[in-house]
Write a protein that binds this ligand. Sequence first.
Ligand SMILES: [Zn+2]
Length: 284
Amino acid sequence: MKITMLGKIRLLILSLTSCLFVGCAVNPITGEEELMFISENQDVEIGRKYAPEIEKQLGGKIDDASLQDYIDSVGQRIARISHRPNWEYHFTAVEHKMINAIALPGGYIFVTKGMLEKLTTEAQLAALLAHEIVHVTARHSSAAISRQMGLSFLLFGATAAGAKIPQEAGLALQLIGLKYSRENERMADVAGLDYMVVAGYNPYGAVELHQMLQKQDKVRPAEFLSSHPSPKNRIISLNARIQTRYGGLEGLRIGKNAYRSAVLDRLPDIENPSPDKLDHLNNQ
Ligand SMILES: [Zn+2]
């Protein structure tokens, strides 16, 4: 969509006035004030409204209550120690083959079957969910909507007031395709690492997750590799942070057997169970 100069000025005015009405949000992770078009209540409204459509676009929910409960339990464990422990979080595994994870505003997080098949431990799943939870708690999706969806946002505003949105599916696709900034991605990696350790997980799960994603470079998963810090740099900085902050920690959970029986063994058309090359440690 082309935005004319007049359009830009209008958006700027809108952003300034919105700031007065909606308020500038304080990012709980950085403690800094940010311009935010969308209120926290609207976060939840957007998430609740679009989650069913996005679930549909991603091939529907994987029909396995036990698998869903497991993904949810890992996610909730991390969400409870996050910067926004009292929000409601929803974790859903969906059928899509692409390797991806999506965080909607308001705590709706989706993980694809393509992604689940590539993971080998609960700590790797925890790393993935912790990264997505940071996008929620730091409201990166809301910021990306403000930034990228431009005037469509007005429609969200209208939804909040009870008006009808005709192009729901189109907007759902736009939400799936939202891109985070480089700084957002860096924060999700760093704070996600802290979240997973506080929740009791071995932080090398995050390194392994990015090593796996690095190998998928050709597939270009939308969330992790579409842009920004190169996988190689992310792995270097994760390793550095683990060594300086968490080097002495032992006994943190890896959960290889747990992940196998709760997820991998339950996915019927898994092609070749991945060899355990990625594991840093000989775990249980
Ligand atoms: Zn991300």
